[in-house]
Design a protein around this ligand. Structure first.
Ligand code: C2E
Ligand code: MG
Ligand code: MG
Length: 360
């Protein structure tokens, strides 16, 4: 690196670094591939001392990561602002986790064959005292970058499992809870034992826990991902592939991974009723998944028309604002609905839940 004399030289060195890292290597019989995100900051154009130089290279590196990993990014002044924001959010997130400021909301998922709620998905919510509501789409990537995701997901999981236990006493049928699993967490050697521990601590039946993975969880290697999933399945927990179709899906991995269920990303839904191509695509995903013995849930259902169409296409489940928006612990809602049914002796619990959920 000492020979780098110009911005171009720096970029060439970075490209070479990426190329040499791209080749797979073997450790104890496992094929491993790694990537890198590289940030470049140039002295003296950008800064006047070493600390600034490193901090700005760091900023550029985070910008490269946000851009999709395995990228190179040069520092620029506008990155400085976003890095300051990032650092603020990072330290605020650390504080928020210590002070239990992050809470959990739940969104129902419906089984279309019975019209019943089968589970609630746990979604992290953060209302900052000064900054207001901060979307998970902003704070989850930061938590992943700085390692806070382990604590965040552990807190969400613990609370979700505890609360789900109480739903069982209220509902006349088992109600699962789904938690989102970050790919960095799934890659940890301790992940399976953490799941076992949270189930032991809270007393939740493993069959009532569904883990939502995304495609990025498989990037560390299909064999490894499949082995971890098999371990989880042997404990009895369910596994869904979240946001299916939103990334660059390489379909060949699907038969190798024991998913119970695919969740079709909501980006397909907005065009479902207007675009014959999107409809054909969803139909194909349904056929593929069913042939692989996986169930299919469609995310982001906002209109009756969309709901009718996915039912017609043969989807197994649905989730979306039409059927229920995310909200705090649903126990009270379940309790009220049950009371209403016991009082009136009409209809089934599930129908009462679904009609009460319609329209959010
Ligand atoms: P996701 O797991 O795919 O969750 C569904 C997201 O879609 C939620 O956004 C939900 O509010 C939103 N949504 C549901 N139905 C509709 C609809 O009909 N229309 C529209 N426009 N949106 C709908 P949210 O809560 O903002 O979460 C975004 C993402 O952040 C989640 O996507 C998940 O990937 C991640 N996330 C949320 N909580 C956690 C967590 O505790 N841990 C981890 N690792 N990730 C989380
Ligand atoms: Mg999810
Ligand atoms: Mg999703």
């Amino acid at each position: 690196m000492n020979q780098i004399k110009s911005r171009d030289n720096a970029e060439k060195a970075a490209v070479n670094l990426l190329k040499s890292l791209a080749a797979p290597f073997r450790i104890e019989g496992h094929e491993i591939t790694i990537g890198a995100s590289i940030g470049i900051s140039v002295f003296p154009h950008h800064v006047s001392d070493n600390d600034d130089l490193l901090q700005q290279a760091d900023s550029a590196m985070y910008a490269a990561k946000r851009g999709g990993k395995n990228r190179i990014c040069h520092f620029s002044a506008d990155l400085g602002v976003s890095v300051r924001e990032r650092l603020t959010l990072e330290s605020e997130l650390r504080r928020a986790l210590n002070e239990k400021e992050i809470c959990v909301h739940y969104q129902p998922e419906f089984d279309l064959a019975t019209n019943s709620v089968i589970r609630f998905e746990a979604l992290a919510r953060w209302t900052h005292p000064a900054l207001g509501v901060i979307s998970p789409l902003s704070f989850i990537p930061i938590a992943e970058e700085c390692g806070l995701i382990f604590r965040l997901d552990a807190q969400v999981r613990e609370q979700a499992c505890r609360e789900a236990l109480t739903w069982q006493e209220i509902s006349d049928r088992p109600i699962q809870v789904a938690v989102n699993v970050s790919s960095v967490e799934f890659a940890r050697a301790t992940f399976v034992s953490e799941i076992v521990e949270v189930l032991d601590r809270t007393g939740l039946h493993p069959g009532l826990l569904q883990l939502e993975l995304t495609e990025s969880s498989t990037l560390t290697g299909i064999q490894r991902a499949a082995a971890t999933m098999e371990q989880l399945k042997s404990i009895g927990v369910g596994i869904s592939m979240d946001d299916f179709g939103s990334g660059y899906s390489c379909l060949s991995y699907l038969p190798k991974l024991p998913f119970d269920e695919l969740k079709i990303d909501r980006s397909f839904v907005s065009e479902l009723t207007t675009s014959p191509e999107t409809k054909a695509l969803v139909q194909s995903i349904l056929t593929l998944a069913h042939n692989l013995k996986m169930k299919v849930i469609v995310e982001g259902i906002e209109t009756q028309e969309q709901l009718d169409l996915i039912r017609e296409l043969g989807a197994d489940g649905a989730q979306g604002f039409l059927l229920g928006t995310p909200g705090p612990d649903p126990s009270e809602r379940l309790r009220q609905l049950r009371r209403a049914i016991v009082d009136s002796h009409t209809g089934k619990l599930e129908l009462a839940i679904s009609s009460a959920e319609v329209g959010g």
